[in-house]
Design a protein around this ligand. Structure first.
Ligand SMILES: *Cc1c(COP(=O)(O)O)cnc(C)c1O
Length: 475
């Protein structure tokens, strides 16, 4: 069988065989590449670049499937990062549930697109159902809605744009979508923690407001927005004639997993007729854990960012933006004669393009749909609890060990700590571990270089953690 003789799937027996061969060979190649528990081969960037630069690309007659696969097996797969390894814990970058890899195969095989019903009938209906269920999981009522996005950044940016438009319309009766920014636009202010995700700065840039429109609120010793200071800053800005329009709370900061107080921030937002967004890209997973009270009542927020490619262990990309009032997403509504004719929508054909920044869009909702059905509340609770409890075990171990300092007690699955002995020792420890195939994170807390473990992997045991601590202690 020569795969080059086949192009796309069809009912013919030989195309079916070609498809099966491509998939089975790939599964075998992946399984063959998993030889040990290490996260990374440890190859240095120059050597890897040299190896990849030497590989062919667009040859005149192409290569056989076997030749491409064999070269991937020798030069590429061995140097892929293995997210499933218990030695991989630097970022909010997770191993994925096995069934979700199968979900990706279905997504790719049918290649549904979410922009119009006629490009993904079942896909559209499943996304609509999944969004409804998610809204209810997060405590939103029947007027809520949402949309899948490429990630937390897109979810945050979409929320900021939509809520700005709503604010300007309510406050000034001005239609930003049609007329652009009002004359007084430079007075608009978005408030977020000084350690929130940079996507809010990007949003301000793209919204024509600029970075200076983002006010970074100071955090307390637990890395959460200091709400007393926030209240004073926002009140004073409003008194000085500025237009505070949005507070973006972080529910699980990327670096520390710290959680802003949604209830307090809701009160401040209401004092000034502002909107409140909850960036729960990281912390949203805790909703299915035994520790859900830690993230607070997210339904108090006007919109919520949920990433499924972090704590929920689903493949990139998978994120959603949920909004309390479905009209919030009207910001992205636009009619194109070729795609989403108004008369079709009157006849029940739902065209999701009108809720998104994107046009062609992946059927990522399927991954959530399949894994939520399969795992259920109990299955996901066990996964989330394991991550949170591992972080707490890790933290308790280093608290007892006088080689380390551990200033923050973990709320979610990240632990930030340092070896005593200064910044250089900690930086060196991280590099040394990397060359041994153990990948951990590094950040800064109160001006001091810290190491970071993000314990998302449900197969991580106390023994793994003990061994790692023992290793780091020696560095
Ligand atoms: C990861 C993260 C983001 C960005 O999400 P992407 O999916 O990487 O685009 C935004 N906010 C927080 C708090 C995050 O942890």
């Amino acid at each position: 069988m020569n795969l080059n003789d086949h192009t796309v799937l069809s009912p013919s027996e030989s195309d079916r065989t070609a498809f099966r061969k491509a998939i089975y060979d790939t599964v075998d190649a992946i399984l063959a590449s998993i030889a040990d528990d290490n996260a990374f081969s440890g190859i240095n960037p120059y050597k890897l670049r040299e190896e990849i630069t030497a590989l062919p690309f667009l040859t005149d007659c192409g290569e056989s499937w076997e030749s491409v696969l064999s070269s991937l097996k020798t030069s590429v797969l061995p140097h892929m990062l293995r997210t499933w390894s218990p030695s991989y814990m630097p970022h909010l970058h997770s191993p994925v549930l096995i069934e979700s890899i199968a979900s990706e195969l279905i997504i790719a095989a049918y290649n549904s697109s979410m922009d119009s019903w006629d490009q993904g009938p079942a896909a559209t209906e499943i996304e609509v159902k999944t969004i409804k269920e998610l809204c209810s999981l997060f405590g939103y009522g029947p007027e809520s809605d949402g949309v899948f996005t490429s990630g937390g950044s897109q979810s945050n940016i979409s929320a900021a744009i939509a809520l700005r438009d709503r604010y300007i319309s309510k406050k000034m009766g001005w239609d930003t979508k049609k007329k652009g920014l009002p004359e007084s636009f430079s007075k608009l202010r978005l408030y977020t923690s000084e350690i929130s995700h940079f996507s809010f700065d990007k949003a301000a840039h793209m919204m024509g407001l600029g970075y200076d429109a983002v006010v970074k609120l100071p955090v307390d010793e637990n890395e959460r927005i200091d709400t007393e200071k926030a209240r004073i800053i926002i009140r004073s800005d409003a008194e000085n004639g500025l237009y505070p329009f949005l507070i973006a709370a972080t529910i699980g900061t990327t670096d520390f997993g710290s959680i802003d107080n949604v209830q307090e921030l809701r009160g401040i937002a209401d004092e000034h007729g502002m909107y409140l967004h909850a960036d729960a890209a990281y912390g949203s997973g805790a909703i299915l854990s035994s520790y859900r009270e830690r993230i607070g009542e997210l339904s108090l927020a006007d919109s919520i960012t949920v990433d499924f490619h972090k704590m929920f262990l689903l493949p990139i990309s998978a994120s959603a933006l949920l909004v309390k009032d479905s009209a919030t997403l009207d910001t992205f509504q636009l009619h194109a004669d070729y795609l989403n004719r108004e008369e079709d929508e009157e006849d029940g054909y739902i065209n999701l393009v009108g809720k998104s920044l994107q046009t062609t869009r992946r059927f990522d909702a399927l991954k959530v749909y399949i894994s939520f059905r399969m795992r259920g509340r109990e299955g996901y609770r066990a996964i989330m609890d394991k991550a949170i409890e591992n972080a707490s075990y890790f933290h308790s171990r280093i608290l007892q060990d006088d080689a380390f300092i551990a200033p923050l007690s973990p709320e979610l699955s990240s632990v930030v700590f340092a070896l005593k002995g200064g910044d250089e020792r900690n930086k060196r420890a991280r590099r040394m571990l990397l060359s041994e195939g153990i990948v951990i994170g590094q950040t800064v807390h109160k001006g001091q270089v810290m190491l970071k473990f993000t314990l998302l992997n449900p197969s991580l045991t106390h023994e793994h953690i003990d061994t790692l601590i023992g290793k780091i202690r020696q560095m």
